[in-house]
Design a protein around this ligand. Structure first.
Ligand code: GLC
Length: 527
């Protein structure tokens, strides 16, 4: 299980209001102290901590080999790596390779058309930008550079110029940088916007669907500024760089439009010779609905094929937290428990987002407090991503995130703190811990096959199998009771029941009955 940490918001050790590496080290026991009292995290995906002007909070890197002082020093990073490894926690760092900061020395040098790095970014000399490519963060993707007297392309902010991946020197520099971190002992890389590196050499304009609702960026078909065929060869090469080291991995973030599906992310795994994992964002936008999840899972398994390993995630630092998406009204707590059960029992690596284990809610951020550049640009149409990046709620009524002034509002919310949930066996945190440790010690759950079973359309039912061990997972996505044909004699034991108040199983006419939003993990007798 991988746990994503947005480091600005996890734990502040030096009281400047921003989370840091020392703070994270202090919290490692919470993540995994080797006992079932801790969360049992196997790996941390750490959002960027490299030196950065923070125009996009670290996703604009000005030095790939230095830690930003806001987060600490390289010694702190080394201490984190050692302390994490001591606890069997791996560290996956977040590499932003599509673009750098405009303050990266590479870009500064590249602004001189005579320099060695003149061709390291996507420059266009002309009166007008060459095409209609847009910035995902709003406005045109082409900005004028006054020194070079040319346009440069940025898929995101003007402060995030895109690298020219067609230049072999860029590839070599990135390779050496990745090897620097691999030599240091990091366990893997999360690759930011991994399907954007190449743009069409012909610089053709993207087709536009004028009738589509949404931001101008979403009305374009990104035929020429994403998913270029050259990328597969690059990933085959990169896979060899990484696999030259023992036991390391890459997980790619693949941007897909609403109309796209998982075919695109699956394609970047290739025949298990490109990226080890890719995120399937279909799941991040799926409604709370059994048949949608069933289809997504079935399609994902099918597209990945037997040679690739799936992964699942419901929340991250760019989208509204799933507790919010699935509704915090009546039944919200039960839906959160069901979602955890899905994530932690389906076949594939689960990626959790910090705070989801305590049901941390989204935060409303007033306009004046908005930090996210995307929120500033699109407000009020879209208030940005600050809401899902709120400081971790360690305690109540004082969050204990910082003694200083938090970079984002850190209002406490009663019931949603680690200390309030830690000793309560019925809390969401206890449920996550239970499922995580169950998964860890049960091969059928952590590596077994999966088979989706026919059921009432409001139920999602699947069986996990390893050797003779059979585990059945039943998830009732409806608020009402539902039944599944299964009699008492087939059940060896109930391993987990989301309905903490009514732990016994109910039957009606020889059928198993599930209450509203109930999730069950049952061990069946071998057949
Ligand atoms: C990815 C990151 C996001 C960032 C963007 C630009 O989508 O997840 O947070 O703003 O890339 O680097």
């Amino acid at each position: 299980m991988v746990y994503q940490i947005y480091p600005r918001s996890f734990q502040d050790a030096n009281d400047d209001g921003i989370g840091d590496l020392r703070g994270l080290i202090e919290r490692l026991d919470y993540l995994n102290d080797g006992t079932e009292q801790s969360l049992g995290v196997d790996a941390i995906w750490l959002s960027p901590v490299f030196e950065s002007p923070m125009a996009d909070f670290g996703y604009d890197i000005s030095d790939y080999r230095a830690i930003d002082p806001v987060f600490g020093t390289m010694e702190d990073f080394d201490a984190l790596l050692a302390a994490a490894h001591q606890r069997d926690i791996r560290i996956v760092i977040d590499l932003v390779l599509n673009h750098t900061s405009s303050l990266h020395p590479w870009f500064i040098e590249s602004a001189d058309a005579e320099s060695e790095k003149a061709d390291w970014y996507l420059w266009y000399e002309g009166e007008e930008p060459p095409n209609n490519w847009l910035s995902c963060f709003g406005g045109t993707g082409w900005s004028w550079h006054n020194t070079r007297k040319a346009w440069y392309f940025h898929s995101f902010l003007p402060e995030q110029p895109d690298l020219n991946w067609r230049n072999p020197a860029v590839k070599q520099a990135i390779r050496e940088m990745m090897e620097f971190w691999l030599d240091k002992g990091v366990d893997g890389f999360r690759l930011d916007v991994a399907n954007l590196y190449f743009k069409s050499a012909g610089l053709e304009s993207n087709p536009v669907d004028v009738f589509r609702i949404g931001r101008p960026y979403d009305r374009q078909f990104h035929r020429y500024d994403r998913d270029q065929p050259e990328l597969h060869a690059l990933y085959r090469e990169m896979r060899q760089w990484v696999d030259a080291y023992d036991d390391r991995m890459m997980v790619g973030e693949i941007m897909i439009a609403d109309i796209d599906n998982a075919t695109i992310p699956a394609s970047y795994c290739g025949n298990n010779d490109q990226l080890h994992l890719t995120f399937n964002f279909e799941m991040l936008r799926a409604p709370f609905d059994a048949s949608t999840f069933r289809q997504i899972i079935a399609k994902w398994i099918d597209l990945l094929g037997p040679e690739n390993w799936p992964n699942y995630t419901l929340s991250n630092h760019d989208v509204k937290r799933h507790v919010f998406r699935y509704g915090t009204g009546p039944g919200g707590h039960q839906r959160a428990r069901l979602a955890a059960c899905l994530l932690l029992t389906v076949r594939g690596t689960p990626f959790l987002y910090y705070g989801e284990e305590i049901g941390m809610p989204e935060q409303r951020v007033a306009r004046d407090d908005i930090q996210d550049p995307v929120g500033k640009y699109y407000w009020p149409l879209y208030p940005g991503r600050d809401g899902c990046r709120r400081p971790m709620m360690w305690n109540y009524p004082n969050n204990h995130f910082t003694q200083g002034i938090s970079w984002l509002p850190d209002e406490p919310v009663d019931g949603h703190s680690v200390t309030q949930q830690t000793d309560n066996p019925n809390s969401l945190l206890s449920w996550y811990r239970k499922l995580i440790w169950l998964r860890k010690r049960t091969p059928a759950l952590n590596k077994g096959d999966v088979q989706l079973l026919d059921s009432d359309e409001e139920l999602l039912v699947y069986e996990r199998r390893h050797l003779a061990k059979r585990i059945l997972i039943l998830l009732n996505f409806s608020a009402n009771c539902r039944t599944f044909p299964l009699n008492e004699e087939s059940i060896a034991q109930c391993l987990a029941n989301s309905d903490a108040e009514n732990p016994s199983l109910n039957y009606e006419h020889n059928e198993l009955m599930l209450g509203g939003y109930q999730a069950l993990v049952l061990e069946l007798y071998p057949d």
